[in-house]
Design a protein around this ligand. Structure first.
Ligand SMILES: [Zn+2]
Length: 297
């Protein structure tokens, strides 16, 4: 026996079925829904949040800070990092080359900014930064970001993006950070007071923009008032989290700081529950546990 005849029969049967389908009434001609996945197929875990950390500039140890930030957030949220670090020796007017492209944020779910370039005044350059966020890319802004581009006169887009306007800080000292909106998900788990482990800088906030919600304050000894030091903001289509804390590396590496920034990042990406916990699949990624820890002989 050759296999020819059974094969022909099978083909003919298939052709008959296809012809019948083609002749079916128009009401049945909608595209067929994809076949359901087999019940035994595992449910795919959520992909990590794709985050771009942009860091660099004078006055701060961004080499140490980028490691503490990314590794610290990894212990709290499911994030895949790309790190862009430039300009530590370029002075305060250095223009990060990444912002020369209007597509600089393309492909990322969130941008974490920890940069320090106060004297850049190129309006077209700054507007490429704000435009990417206005189009919907969430942003997390840390410390000297709030004084970046502060020398610019005549347009306030970047301050609006941040949620606050500030151009100076008080003399560095240790101080207490207190919740101003303890019921906000980003503040769930924050202590009643967080004393900075080493001197940090209280930034003097001249303006809180209308869509900004202040989450925490620190008392300014020189200005004799509570100064916002953590907040959330909305700018265009984007959600924003900002904190002026984080001059010293010891504050960046502290648990209250990392807990809050991780919750802030998740909130900007709509991945934080009302209880302050990561949404399902966005807690620390099990895949990032050191390989082999479960297989010791
Ligand atoms: Zn600083």
């Amino acid at each position: 026996m050759t296999p020819t005849r059974p094969t022909f029969v099978a083909l003919a049967f298939a052709w008959t079925l296809m012809s019948a389908a083609a002749a079916a009434p128009a009401a049945d001609s909608a595209p067929a829904a994809p076949a359901p996945a087999p019940a035994t197929q595992p449910v795919a875990a959520p992909k990590p949040i794709k985050a771009l950390l942009i860091t660099g500039g004078p006055y701060h140890d961004y080499t140490a800070q980028k490691t503490l930030l990314t590794e610290g957030i990894d212990k709290r949220a499911n994030v895949a990092w790309t790190i862009y670090h430039m300009g530590d020796k370029g002075g305060t007017a250095f223009k990060l080359p990444i912002y020369e492209s209007p597509d600089w944020a393309k492909g990322y779910d969130v941008i974490v900014h920890n940069e320090c370039f106060a004297d850049v005044q190129d309006e077209a350059f700054i507007k490429r930064v704000t435009a990417a966020h206005a189009a919907g890319v969430p942003g997390v802004f840390i410390h000297c970001c709030m004084h970046t581009f502060r020398a610019v006169k005549g347009f306030d887009d970047y301050r609006h993006l941040l949620g606050v306007t500030t151009v100076r800080h008080e003399k560095a000292r240790s101080f207490e950070v207190k919740p101003a909106a303890p019921d906000h998900p980003v503040m769930k788990g924050f202590p009643a007071a967080f004393k900075t482990p080493v001197p940090d800088e209280v930034y003097v906030i001249d303006k809180v923009w209308p869509d900004c919600t202040v989450l925490a304050t620190a008392y300014g000894e020189e200005t004799k008032k509570d100064q916002p030091c953590a907040w959330v903001n909305r700018y265009g289509k984007a959600k924003v989290f900002g904190t002026t804390l984080g001059h010293p590396t010891e504050v960046i590496g502290s648990d209250p700081f990392l807990d809050t920034v991780a919750r802030g990042l998740l909130w900007t990406c709509d991945k934080l529950g009302d209880d302050g916990k990561p949404a399902a699949g966005y807690g620390p990624a099990a895949a990032k546990e050191p390989a082999g820890t479960a297989a010791k002989p």
